[in-house]
Design a protein around this ligand. Structure first.
Ligand SMILES: [Zn+2]
Ligand SMILES: [Zn+2]
Length: 98
């Protein structure tokens, strides 16, 4: 998927944030923040947008209990994929004002 300069800037902002799921869980982040694309891996018909991303640490993203694992961390935090997106957008907006 091609990426515009604006999209790259947006992704870099998300990558600079603390993990929103660790934040929701109230735990200290142990691994670097990565970017999860909403609807990632759901096939060509539902291509994920570079604008629809969530800031997740490597554990919360790719770890055994993370988003692409068994999603235990999401259940414990009582959040779903779109909640992670909303928390990421909110955090980017707040950072822009600080
Ligand atoms: Zn995390
Ligand atoms: Zn992902």
């Amino acid at each position: 998927m091609s990426m515009s300069a604006e999209e790259r800037r947006w992704i870099n902002k998300a990558r600079s944030l603390p993990c929103v799921l660790c934040g929701a869980l109230g735990v200290d982040q142990q691994t670097p923040t990565t970017v999860h694309h909403i609807r990632e891996g759901q096939g060509m018909a539902q291509r994920s947008s570079h604008w629809l991303i969530a800031a997740l640490c490597a554990d919360c993203h790719q770890g055994a209990m993370g988003f692409h694992g068994d999603r235990t961390l999401l259940r414990v935090a009582k959040v779903e994929e779109l909640d992670l997106l909303a928390m990421t957008i909110e955090r980017i907006e707040k950072d822009g004002k600080s």
